[in-house]
Design a protein around this ligand. Sequence first.
Ligand SMILES: Nc1ncnc2c1ncn2[C@@H]1O[C@H](COP(=O)(O)OP(=O)(O)OP(=O)(O)O)[C@@H](O)[C@H]1O
Length: 343
Amino acid sequence: MPHIRISDVFKTYPPQRRGGDPVAAVEDVSLEIERGDVFGVIGYSGAGKSTLVRLINGLEPVTSGSIEIDGVDVAQLPERKLREVRQGIGMIFQRFNLLRSRNIRRNVAYPLEVAGMPRQQRAARVAELLDFVGLADKADAYPEQLSGGQQQRVGIARALAAEPGILLADEATSALDPETTDEVLDLLARVNRELGVTIVVITHEMDVITRIANKVAIMERGRVVEQGPTYDVFTAPRTDTAKRFVRTVVRALPEGEALAALRAQHDGRFFTISFTDSGASEARVFAALARAGVDFNLVHGGVDDIQGRVYGLLTIAVRGDEAAVRSALAGVGAGVTVTEVAL
Ligand SMILES: Nc1ncnc2c1ncn2[C@@H]1O[C@H](COP(=O)(O)OP(=O)(O)OP(=O)(O)O)[C@@H](O)[C@H]1O
């Protein structure tokens, strides 16, 4: 049974102005999130990601369809039961949402106070949580004395206080610089690995997805337009939106003026060679071309690491024909594709 099953979900808001159209924020979305997944949902602003989060944690009801957590349809639950389900879902936010007037220890303790945990037990749990996120020495500090990355780690400690099975991260690294983004993503990966928490990561940054999500769904105008294991979606994007996101992280072929500049520098026809980790590597591709006597220059590209797996995208200029390139690469391994770059 999936940990979270989203089936045929629609969410429509009433028209924003008199005589306007209703807003279809989420349309016909179905997703299965397994226990232990780090499931990424990526899309541009307005795609419906935050709405989906509010539906998953039961903050808003679906218009139609169902959301099941551990096989239980949350829409059918009475308020008291729904509150229990919500307690099993931790949440972190782009702006951290810490209480400024409370020190770090009391921020992390807050949900435990609300849940009525006795003081001593609470203190022990908070100490354990701060230790886990590496901020034991900041217990008495106030949020404004901490860096953004540290504040988000406090947010994570607070979200984990009630030992949730699910953590929803809504643009959790969008307000952070690259270095602190790393620190927060590393911590989320540990939360998943060491505590077995299922994580749903909402983002508009492909880099976040390739770093920690094992599966991804791409949303556009309320709909999921592509989904699957991150590596598969990444190495073989089908929709324009997916291709655009992939292009933000791989060293894909430049277009327009950059491409024209490369053509001016290099003779011959341009081919893009892509390969997955099923046997091929940059060295094997180059060796095969050289062995076959293909006269080539690498003009662009490189190899990317997606969750520890290799994906290569190389553009070469060749003096010779396409048949020679293809036959040279025929024996290199499965998953090698050769495409001529359109003029
Ligand atoms: N409470 C609401 N009432 C009316 N319309 C809403 C409401 N919440 C969201 N919408 C609309 O639903 C659509 C999806 O919004 P949503 O915030 O879910 O997208 P998003 O992908 O999270 O984008 P962002 O990252 O900008 O928040 C948008 O057109 C938005 O204007």
